[in-house]
Design a protein around this ligand. Structure first.
Ligand SMILES: C[S@@+](CC[C@H](N)C(=O)[O-])C[C@H]1O[C@@H](n2cnc3c(N)ncnc32)[C@H](O)[C@@H]1O
Length: 250
């Protein structure tokens, strides 16, 4: 059981069913360092099952706090606008978060962008398995968003952040994250907020008036304040005392 209350052995037991020999094999692979969701072939998030393999990032259970924030802020915005929201996820990966939001807010339209085609392929498989319609597009930052499409009302993301020292717990150590696709876990090229910084720069350049909600995980406050400085207004929320999520406007 890790600090987010996730029982990785439970995933293996579910994957093995009644086959004790298979369970022993799966446990051996985890003991040798493979992440349990990749070994089991699925992860659980907010009570739902999502296929998981090496094509995509393993959704952190802590991302549930980001979903709570998007639900709360999104429902307030929806009441203000008086119509269902158009919501876009940057860095959608295997689709866990976008699919969850669509299932929890069926009236919203959901889209997702990711730079990584294999991750998007898994995202499409997960969307089909959950029978939800979400638009998934290949995109480096926001470049893949069609110029003719209206801006989303709300854009959210858990972009890669931090470095090998910024960890949620000791089970998910650097070796855990290094087994995921290269551009999914830590920002490439150094800098603990470089993807957030560039995303904010490009978001502002598009002059979108959307509400932007970004997870900064457990990064220190000074770093986050520097990263969000280009936004005209923002607030830092702490859905869990040590986790920071920023909601703001360009
Ligand atoms: C931390 S993972 C989160 C994935 C997913 N939201 C989840 O929680 O399972 C970050 C995602 O951002 C994507 N990404 C990284 N750099 C990107 C870029 N420049 N443009 C679009 N997506 C990017 C990665 O491919 C990865 O899927």
């Amino acid at each position: 059981m890790n600090s987010a209350g996730v029982d990785h052995d439970r995933l293996l037991a579910l994957a093995a069913g009644a086959d004790g020999a298979r369970l022993a094999q799966l446990r051996q692979r985890v003991a040798a360092g493979e992440p349990a969701p990749y070994v089991a072939g699925f992860l659980e998030f907010r009570g739902r099952r999502f296929a998981s393999d090496r094509r995509a990032y393993i959704t952190d259970p802590e991302a549930s706090h980001l979903i709570d924030t998007v639900n709360a802020q999104g429902r307030r915005l929806e009441a203000e606008l008086g119509r269902p929201l158009r919501v876009l996820e940057f860095g959608v990966g295997a689709g866990t978060l976008a699919i969850t939001l669509k299932l929890e807010n069926p009236q919203w339209s959901l889209g997702g962008l990711d730079i990584d085609p294999p991750a998007l392929e898994l995202g499409r498989e997960n969307a089909r398995a959950h029978d939800v319609a979400i638009e998934l597009l290949e995109s480096d930052y926001l470049s893949g968003w069609p110029a003719s499409a209206p801006a989303p009302d709300l854009m959210f993301a858990d972009p890669p952040w931090g470095d090998a020292e910024d960890l949620y717990d000791e089970v998910r150590d650097e070796a855990w994250y290094r087994q995921m696709p290269e551009r999914s876990a830590f920002p490439t090229g150094g800098g603990r907020t470089t993807i957030h910084d560039e995303l904010i720069r490009r978001f502002a350049a598009l002059r979108w008036t959307s509400l932007l909600i970004l997870n900064y995980g457990i990064l220190p406050r000074e770093l986050i304040e520097r990263s969000v400085a280009p936004l005209s207004r923002w607030q830092m929320l702490h859905p869990r005392p040590d986790i920071s999520v920023v909601a703001g406007y360009a």
